[in-house]
Write a protein that binds this ligand. Structure first.
Ligand SMILES: NC(=O)c1ccc[n+]([C@@H]2O[C@H](COP(=O)([O-])OP(=O)(O)OC[C@H]3O[C@@H](n4cnc5c(N)ncnc54)[C@H](OP(=O)(O)O)[C@@H]3O)[C@@H](O)[C@H]2O)c1
Length: 259
C-alpha cells in the first residue's frame, strides 16, 4: 500500500487501521515533509522501485496535478486507487490515472481513527476492487456505498465535514456555560460529555431525536424556554452551512475537470 499524501485525513485512516490490528508492514507513506507517520515507513517521494497494489491518494485537490503524472507511471492494471479528495470526480481521476486498474472515490471522516468513522464510497463498479476495499473500510466504521457522485458529495457535506460542525457546537455549548459562570475546563468537559452521552444513548436505544427532546423538555419548562430560542434559527443555519460546503465541493469538482 502506498499512501500518497498522509496528513490529517489519511493519517487518521492509518491510525484506524493500526487500532484495528492491520499489518501495515508493507505500507509506505509519502509526504514531502517526511514527517514520520506512526508505525509505517515514511518517504518524501515515491519509492524508486516497485508497483503498488493499492494506493490511497490523500493530497489536497489542488495538488492532484502535481502528483498524478509520476504516480500514474507506477501503476498497472491490477492497482486499486482510492481517492479521498473532496469534489474531484471519478472521470477527472480516470483522466489523470489511465494506468490504474480500478479507481474508487471515498469520503471518510476523522473519527475513522477510533473505528467510529463514516466512509462513503463511489466506484467504477469493479467487484474485485470492492472485495479489497470492503475489508479496509469496514475496519474504520460505517461504510456507505453510494450510487452517484451527487450522493457522495451530499454525504461529504454532512459526515465528512460534520466533525468540524459538531466540534463548533460543543465549543459553543461550553462557551455559553462559561458565560453562565462555570469554570472553562469544567464547561468544556460537560459540553463534550453531554454530546457524547446523548449520541451514545440515542444510538443504544435507537431513539429518534424528537423523542429525546420530548423526554428532556416538559411543557413550559426550562429546556423548552431554551428550545424556543434555538429552534428559531438552527435548522436554517445548518442547512446554509451544508449548502456552502456543497457549493465549495462543486467548485473543486469543476476545477479538476478535464474537458
Ligand atoms: N480533513 C478532513 O476531515 C477530510 C475529510 C474528508 C476528505 N478529506 C480530503 O482529504 C485530503 C487531504 O486533506 P487533509 O485534511 O488530510 O490535508 P493535509 O493534512 O494538508 O494533508 C495533505 C497531505 O498531502 C501531502 N502532500 C502535499 N504535496 C504532496 C506531494 N506533492 N506528494 C505527496 N504528498 C503531498 C502533505 O504532505 P506533508 O504532510 O509533508 O505536508 C500532507 O501529508 C483532501 O483532498 C480532502 O478533501 C479531508
Amino acid at each position: 500500500m502506498w499512501i500518497v499524501g498522509c496528513g490529517k485525513m489519511a493519517g487518521a485512516m492509518v491510525e484506524g487501521w493500526r487500532r484495528a490490528g492491520f499489518d501495515l508492514g508493507q505500507a509506505i507513506a509519502i509526504r514531502p515533509s517526511g514527517t514520520p507517520v506512526d508505525g509505517i515507513r515514511t518517504l518524501r517521494e515515491l519509492p524508486e522501485a516497485g508497483t503498488p497494489a493499492f494506493v490511497l491518494l490523500g493530497v489536497k485537490p489542488q495538488k492532484l496535478d502535481e502528483v498524478a503524472p509520476s504516480l500514474d507511471k507506477r501503476m498497472d492494471s491490477n492497482a486499486i486507487l482510492v481517492s479521498i479528495l473532496a469534489g474531484v470526480e471519478l472521470k477527472s481521476l480516470r483522466a489523470r490515472f489511465p494506468a490504474a486498474g480500478h479507481i474508487v472515490r471515498a469520503m471518510p471522516n476523522l473519527p475513522v481513527s477510533e473505528g467510529r468513522g463514516i466512509i462513503a464510497t463511489f466506484d467504477d463498479q469493479s467487484h474485485d476492487a470492492r472485495s479489497v476495499t470492503n475489508d479496509l473500510f469496514a475496519a474504520l466504521g460505517i461504510v456507505v456505498r453510494t450510487n452517484s457522485e451527487a450522493e457522495l458529495a451530499a454525504i461529504g457535506s454532512l459526515a465528512g465535514a460534520g466533525p468540524a460542525y459538531v466540534a463548533r457546537f460543543i465549543a459553543a455549548l461550553a462557551k455559553a456555560g462559561t458565560e453562565r459562570g462555570l469554570d472553562p475546563a469544567l464547561a468544556d468537559r460537560l459540553a463534550l460529555e453531554t454530546v457524547l452521552g446523548s449520541a451514545t444513548m440515542a444510538a443504544a436505544r435507537d431513539e429518534d431525536m424528537e423523542s429525546i427532546v420530548r423526554r428532556v423538555a416538559s411543557p413550559n419548562g426550562t429546556t423548552e424556554a431554551g428550545l424556543n430560542v434555538l429552534d428559531a434559527g438552527l435548522d436554517n443555519l445548518v442547512a446554509r452551512t451544508l449548502e456552502a460546503a456543497s457549493r465549495r465541493g462543486a467548485e473543486l469538482a469543476a476545477a479538476a475537470r478535464i474537458e
